[in-house]
Design a protein around this ligand. Structure first.
Ligand code: KG4
Ligand code: ZN
Length: 334
């Protein structure tokens, strides 16, 4: 059987990325140009700056992806691109580059959901076994998704307010840590102790939804009250206590869902999957079961285009095609 060679393009937030993936499982090239340095001094991603950077970088990144793969356009079977969700101006750069290339090179075009990409980053490590449960935790998402087969996504739980990564970034900002704050909280949490009993948002019985805004407020109040009383709280203890609450809820709900839906595999995806506390917490809980847990390596947890090509390969093989009227959709549903 002939190999399927897919080009992936990702520009939904602050990484301009292009990658070539073989058969949906093997990375041939993977180029990521990060803009984090440009957004740092603003404490978050500035959409207009992100779009401009994407415009500057997209051609270079695409050329590098082909060069690194040592491949020509004749070898590419299809062009896949993140069509949403994300920042509209940022998405538009990738979508338009993909459309222009699909037209110029006469290649099929396939729009991909960003979260499907995060999920499929795992397949670059290990083949999927269904039914499968995916915990997606990123700067914009906190979701539990049940997959019964390739390309099918059932949302069983999601955040009702902040995403997990967003909560990390906000708490980091309260502690005057640089953006993106997740990794800094993670580092501090490792040396701190859970001295503060922050709330856990379990929500109603049986719910797989999440909520992090109450926790965020509890952290703000704690810091504020301590300041007023002249008490000093150790930042590492705040980080450890905050992380303990997040990890407790994420791991407990993931384990409960995995058991209820009798899944054969649990995968973790998104930037917060890089979190050491979450990784350790999940490993501890799932080691007591016979459900295999798969967490991708750090470089596949954060935004990249290999994951888009991997998810795009399945969509392409299933016959899904986008027209040249493909548009960026900032609130695309999975
Ligand atoms: O998936 P991603 O790269 O972009 C989105 O699609 O959102 O995720 C970025 C998020 C940021 O909120 C960042 O702070 C968080 O992932 N993050 C972490 C860690 N590394 C990245 N959060 C907690 N612990 C980490 N080690
Ligand atoms: Zn992402």
């Amino acid at each position: 059987k002939k190999d399927t060679i897919i080009l992936g393009i990702e520009t939904s937030c602050d990484e301009t990325a292009a990658s070539i993936v073989k058969n949906g499982t093997e990375i041939v090239s993977n180029v990521v140009a990060s803009q984090i340095e440009s957004h740092k001094r603003f404490g978050g991603v500035v959409p207009e700056i992100a779009s401009r950077h994407h415009v500057e970088q997209i051609t270079i990144v695409l050329e590098e992806a082909l060069q690194e793969a040592d491949m020509g356009w004749d070898q590419i079977d299809a062009i896949t691109v993140t069509e949403g969700p994300g920042l509209v101006g940022a998405l538009l750069v990738g979508v338009n580059a993909a459309k222009a290339l699909a037209f110029a090179k006469q290649k099929p075009l396939v729009g991909v959901h960003h979260i499907a990409g995060h999920i499929y980053a795992n397949r670059l490590e290990k083949e999927f076994t269904f039914p499968l449960l995916a915990l997606i935790v990123s700067g914009g998402h906190t979701e539990l998704v049940l997959m019964k087969e390739h390309g099918s996504y059932e949302l069983i739980g999601e955040t009702r307010d902040d995403a997990a990564g967003e909560a990390y970034d906000k708490v980091a900002r309260m502690l005057d840590l640089p953006y993106p704050g997740g990794p800094h909280i993670d580092r501090l949490a490792a040396i701190g102790e859970e001295t503060i009993a922050f709330p856990r948002a379990w929500l109603e019985d049986g719910s797989y939804d999440f909520s992090f805004s109450g926790l965020k407020s509890a952290v703000i109040n704690k810091i504020h009250n301590a300041k007023q009383r002249g008490e000093t709280l150790k930042p590492e203890d705040i980080a450890a206590s905050f992380q303990a609450s997040v990890v407790d809820v994420l791991t407990t709900k993931t384990l409960r869902a995995a058991k209820e839906f009798n899944v054969k595999q649990v995968i973790v995806a998104g930037g917060v999957a890089a979190n050491k506390g979450l990784r350790a917490g999940l490993q501890a809980k799932f080691s007591e079961t016979d459900i295999p847990l798969l967490i991708p390596p750090l470089k596949l947890c954060t935004d990249n285009a290999a994951m888009i090509a991997a998810a795009g390969t399945i969509a392409y093989e299933q016959g899904r095609r986008s027209g040249l009227d493909l548009n960026a959709n900032p609130s695309l549903l999975l």
